[in-house]
Design a protein. Structure first.
Length: 282
């Protein structure tokens, strides 16, 4: 705080000094010239006071023109630097924003739930495949984001990336539970075919290979601990957990993404405006 006050005081003194200097050049020196000629201080010149003041005015006008041209050139240069900086930074962060949005969408639990609910009970293997792909998206999202960031940009989105990582871990855990239920449902759907195969093998021994018989036997063994009603209830329960995460943490994640990039764009505009400061060397 004290440093800011000291800087503000120094800046005020500098402005006052500049204003006083300009006033002296515009009014002070002409008054001094005039007073010198009025006092007849003994200095003999080939021109009178009006000629001297006219000459000084011409010099002062020329200096003012030169300074104006220099300031115009400097400001134009700064303006070009500002526009170049804005274009470069906005383009970079707009691309990163699209990448973040794409990856956040790839871990949207509602999308995978909608796909599962269309065919899940009829084709459990399809649901398992979708859930495994969803898990892969969740497990790799942090690394996919990290490949697009450098050590300068990473701190600006670190909080957002950490939240993406946390919610992804929860999605992986819950989708694993759902995979287990659809795997059990897949086995349950093989129950009738397994029973039918054993009936055929009983009536016509040798109809199936020992490998097929062993596989169907394993299916029936596992089915002793599987209950269709329990599977349906667990799937419904887990789906509701997914919906709850979407309505809570996932929506918070979307809001965090929006506020994070809004802050970044505001910072870019602030830094761009600082470039216009003539005192800055770059």
């Amino acid at each position: 705080m004290a440093r800011k006050i000291n800087f503000s005081f120094k800046k005020t003194i500098k402005i006052i000094g500049i204003v006083l200097g300009i006033l002296f050049l515009v009014f002070g020196i002409p008054i001094i010239i005039n007073m010198c000629y009025k006092a007849n201080c003994g200095c003999s010149t080939a021109w009178d006071a009006s000629a001297m003041l006219g000459y000084y005015g011409a010099i002062l006008g020329a200096l003012a023109t030169i300074v104006t041209v220099i300031l115009t050139i400097l400001f134009t240069k700064k303006q070009i630097q500002r526009e170049s900086f804005l274009r470069r930074e906005n383009e970079k962060w707009e691309n990163l924003d699209k990448i973040f949005l794409e990856i956040v969408n790839s871990i949207n639990p509602i999308e995978v739930l909608k796909s599962i609910m269309e065919r899940g009970m009829v084709d459990p293997s399809h649901s398992i495949s979708l859930l495994q792909k969803f898990q892969m998206n969740c497990k790799t999202c942090y690394d996919r984001l990290n490949t697009h960031l450098n050590i300068v940009d990473l701190p600006k989105v670190k909080k957002l990336m950490d939240e993406i990582s946390k919610i992804s871990e929860e999605f992986v855990e819950i989708s694993g539970l759902l995979i287990k239920q659809y795997s059990d449902l897949h086995l349950w759907q093989r129950k009738d075919s397994a029973i039918e195969m054993f009936e055929i093998e009983k009536n016509r021994p040798g109809s199936f290979t020992q490998e097929d018989i062993s596989f169907k036997h394993d299916v029936l063994e596992k089915l002793q601990f599987i209950n269709k009603e329990k599977i349906d209830a667990e799937i419904t329960k887990i789906n509701l957990e997914f919906v709850g995460l979407y309505e809570g943490k996932y929506r918070e994640l979307l809001r965090l993404r929006g506020s994070t990039f809004e802050t970044i764009y505001n910072e870019i505009n602030s830094r761009a405006n600082e470039i216009l400061d003539i005192k800055r060397s770059k």
